[in-house]
Design a protein around this ligand. Structure first.
Ligand SMILES: [Cu+2]
Length: 221
């Protein structure tokens, strides 16, 4: 045996560790959400909950962002895990006053101006529609979920949840405009080595969306 064989022998265990380590612990779900006529649904939230598991809150003080910019909330739909604190930074040169009447979280932030940040901690599962007392057209949703496994669909209606321990998961889809009785995507078996795929159809109501960013016609006061 020459030197080449000895080197290969030494390197192989390290290579195998690199290849095998991620696969041993992590499964993936790929979801594709469309309307019945095949139009991709953007901003739908996919959740995966281990079968039989109750709501799980975040372990540490997780933070998330709901920005106000150009008289809009960004993002339109923000999924967060139970117990997450959401910051509401104002990036407009005028003031906003954010509120919700949702049973999952009723709150009203003080009127606040540019570069000011208010926070709210979401401690109940459910849908929290947001509005602004100053700008009637501002609308967004915080969706509080009891699982760490969730993601939001992109403009193609696609979404990936990774890093899943192998097991059986209840998969659900939620979008603020979906009609009642929809969103159950069934139970999926996730293995450590394969990608599970699920296609879901959501029938959407016609409802108002946020206005497009317009001319900034307000001054900071
Ligand atoms: Cu506002």
């Amino acid at each position: 045996m020459g030197m080449g064989s000895i080197n290969t022998w030494r390197v192989m265990p390290a290579v195998w560790a690199l290849i095998c380590a991620p696969l041993a612990y992590a499964g993936t779900i790929n979801a594709h959400v469309t309307t019945p006529d095949g139009t991709p649904v953007t901003a739908a939230v996919i959740t995966a909950t281990p079968v039989g598991q109750g709501p799980v809150a975040v372990k540490s003080s997780a933070k998330s962002l709901m920005v106000q910019e150009h008289k809009q909330f960004v993002p339109f739909v923000l999924p967060v895990q139970l117990g997450t604190t959401v910051e509401f930074p104002n990036r407009d040169p005028f003031r906003h006053q954010v509120y919700s009447f949702a049973p999952a979280k009723t709150f009203e932030l003080k009127l606040y101006g540019k570069s000011e940040v208010s926070t709210v901690t979401f401690d109940k599962e459910g849908v929290v529609p947001l509005g602004c007392n100053i700008h009637d057209n501002m609308l967004a949703y915080i969706y509080v979920v009891g699982t760490p496994h969730f993601s939001t669909t992109n403009e193609k209606g696609e979404s990936t949840i990774g890093q899943l321990p192998a097991g059986n998961y209840v998969v659900k889809v939620w979008h603020p405009n979906q009609k009642a009785g929809q969103g159950d995507a069934g139970t999926l078996a996730v293995t450590a080595t394969d990608t599970a795929t699920v296609s879901v159809q959501l029938d959407l109501k016609r409802t108002r969306t946020q206005t497009k960013p317009g001319a900034v016609d307000e001054t900071y006061n």
